[in-house]
Each structure stands twice: as C-alpha cells, then as structure tokens.
Design a protein around this ligand. Structure first.
Ligand code: DAH
Length: 376
C-alpha cells in the first residue's frame, strides 16, 4: 500500500474512533494510541529517516499534516465531551427553589365559632330593633351582685363560683363578672352619666331594647364548663313591657338562631334575685340521634334564664319602678354554639388547636346576615 493510501486509511480509522468515543477517559486512550510513541503515526514518522531526501520532505509534510489533523480532532472532541458532561450535570443537579403558592389569608383564616355565634346573635337582635352594649370583664361587687338585688352575704353569691379579686387602693371590691347581668345596670344608668357609661354604645334612654354579649367567669371546669365562657344578656325596659313580649322575642330569636321553622318553649318557675317572677326556659328537641335536633322530638333542653326585671333592680339603676317595667334574659353562648354546630367538648373552644379551628371555624368573609343566611 502506498504511503498516501496508508495515511488516508489511518485518517479514516482514527477519525471514526474519535467520533465514536463517548467519554473523556476513552479519549485519553485514543490520544495515546493515536499520537504516542508506539502509535502508527509515530511508526510512519520513523520511516522518514530511511527515505531519500527528496521524498522525505514531501512525505514528512503529509504525515505531520495527518498528525496535526488527528490532534485537532482529539482536542475538539474532548472539549465537546466536556461541555456535554457539564450540561448533563447541570440538568441533573437542578434545584427547584420555588415554593407552592399559599392561599390568601382571607381564604385560609377561620372565624372562631364563638365569634360567629355572637355575630349571628347580634344580627338577629339588630333585625328586631335591639342595640348592642358591652361592659367590663372586671366588675365591681356592687354591679355584679348588689345592684342586681343579691342581698349582702346571700348564698347566691357563692353559687356563682365567683373569682374574687383583691380590692384596689380605693377599697372597692372587685370580681371577674360571673354573668352579663351587671351590664343591664350600666345600660339603665346611662341616663345618670356615671363613669361606667363610657362602655356603652349608643346612649340609651327608655324604651330600652338591648343585647349585651361578653365574657363571663366562674371557677368551674368540665366537658360543658370552662372558667371563662360567654353569655348574651337581653333587656327590654318600657312602660308596659310584659311576659307575652318576652316569650315572642325568645321564640323568634331561637327560630332564627337554630334556623328552624318552629320552636316550642316550656317556661318553668325559677329563682334569680334580679327578676320577679323568674323562669327557666326549655326548648323542645330530639335527642334520639347522635345530634340534638331543635324544634322537633319529645325531649326538653334547658336553654336560658329570664324574668320580669325586679323593681329593686330598676330602682338601683336610677329609674322609677312605678313608671318603668321590663324583662330580661341570659343565654350561655358557648352552650347554644355547641348545640347548633354539634361540638361535643367546650374545652376545645379554648385549646387554640389549629386543626379544630380549621374544622369548626367559619370563613372570614361569610358574614352572618338574616337575608344571606346565618351560618351558610
Ligand atoms: N345571670 C343569670 C346567670 O348567669 C342568667 C339570667 C337569668 C339572666 C335571668 C337574666 C335573667 O337576665 O333575667 O345564671
């Protein structure tokens, strides 16, 4: 075979080997075997010495051209393999540093069932023309008991499991209010412009129609009692308010609250120092299933206390009991929330467990209204 043919055969063979190499290690081997001392190109170069000088420079140029050509192809191929390897590594080692999008706070947040229930109660009574008032949680012994016609030293004061507080520097005895009834006094006293009036919105002269929701405290804890709980107080004072109106207001409220077409109420005689007569009210219900159903069935459930406001209470609040009379009631908010929404344990209300609130809570923008539906 002529030298030229040998050179071309080598060029084809080595170029193919370079072309087919798949990694840089294989390329190292090809480089050594193609250009090293024992390579066919070196072998060809070593034949130059025996050639006549006129052939030597011509053939030498051909062989060196082959060597340069193969060397260049090796360099290019190694560079191509290296950049392909880098690209593959970059692809394999990609990290996704983006986070899944969180729903907006208005979609995630939940309204506590107590807040929802208070909103529902105030929506119902606002619709009936009632105002809303509030009083302080830390109450004087006078407002919590004395003004409400609890005689000094009367056992009813102890029945309330009262948290008594140390008197302040002024010597005034204070308690954590055991019920929302003291707000009745503050509402009626509004006309006297006593300091307590600052808690009240709006100013109230008779006729008074007001509901007073808020926190209340008693030293008691089990499945249906917590040391802090909630009540809503109702008060109507006018010149001719009577028990028939009380019954109507309570029936309308309970129908609207439990979202049922009918409720049947049972009034039992009872005792509260601040009402005369005093009554406890049971609502007809069905306890045969796993949930209590209001407005049907054969059972009765005690749901609230009420009565005609005692003349002493009206007088203690600075109104003339010979001119004004009225009725009042008090309902445990937590209790009716448990009944309506089927929550078995009151203590869970105050555990701040996010799973509980996610399950029992309400969407923040679904405000309860009578026309839009209270709880839907
Ligand atoms: N304050 C009473 C309680 O906590 C509830 C109550 C009963 C309120 C009769 C009233 C009422 O306004 O008239 O047990």
């Amino acid at each position: 075979m002529s030298l030229q043919a040998q050179i071309e055969a080598l060029r084809i063979e080595l170029s193919a080997a370079i072309e087919n190499a798949t990694d840089t290690r294989a390329m190292d081997e090809i480089r050594i075997s193609a250009l090293g001392k024992k390579s066919p190109i070196s072998a060809l170069l070593s034949t130059l010495g025996k050639m006549p000088p006129e052939e030597r420079s011509y053939n030498g140029a051909l062989i060196n051209a082959l060597r340069d050509d193969i060397a260049a192809k090796i360099v290019d191929k190694i560079a191509a393999l290296k950049s392909a390897a880098l690209e593959a590594r970059l692809k394999a080692e990609t990290l996704d540093i983006t986070l899944p999008l969180q729903p907006a706070p208005t979609a995630r947040g939940r309204i506590h069932p107590i807040s929802q229930t208070i909103d529902e109660i105030t929506a119902i009574f606002s619709d009936m023309g009632f105002s809303i008032a509030e009083g302080p949680d830390i109450e004087t012994d006078y407002y919590n008991f004395t003004a409400l016609n609890f005689p000094e030293g009367h056992p009813a004061r102890e029945m309330h499991d009262t948290f008594f507080m140390k008197p302040g520097p002024d010597g005034v005895k204070k308690v954590l209010r055991t019920h929302t009834s003291p707000v009745q006094i503050r509402v009626m006293q509004k006309t006297d412009a006593k300091p307590a009036a600052s808690y009240l919105t709006p100013p109230m002269d008779p006729p008074i129609r007001v509901v007073m929701p808020g926190r209340t405290y008693r030293n008691d804890s089990d499945q249906t009692h917590t040391p802090m709980f909630h009540q809503v107080e109702g008060l109507v004072i006018d010149k001719s308010s009577h028990i028939g109106q009380l019954r109507w207001v309570l029936e309308e409220f309970l129908k609207a609250f439990f979202e049922v077409p009918n409720v049947t109420l049972r009034f039992r005689p009872s005792f509260f120092p601040f009402t005369e007569p005093s009554m406890e009210v049971d609502v007809q219900c069905d306890r045969s299933g796993s949930e209590v159903k209001i407005g049907e069935g054969k059972d009765w459930l005690e749901i609230l206390g009420c009565g005609m406001v005692h003349p002493n209470v009206i007088a203690n609040a600075g109104l003339d009991p010979d001119v004004y009379q009225g009725f009042a009631w008090g309902i445990g908010i937590d209790r009716i929330a448990m009944l309506k929404y089927g929550m078995p344990d009151l203590r869970a209300f105050f555990d701040a467990d996010q799973r509980w609130i996610a399950h029992y809570g309400f969407r923040p923008l679904d405000l309860p209204t009578l026309f839009g539906g209270l709880s839907s």
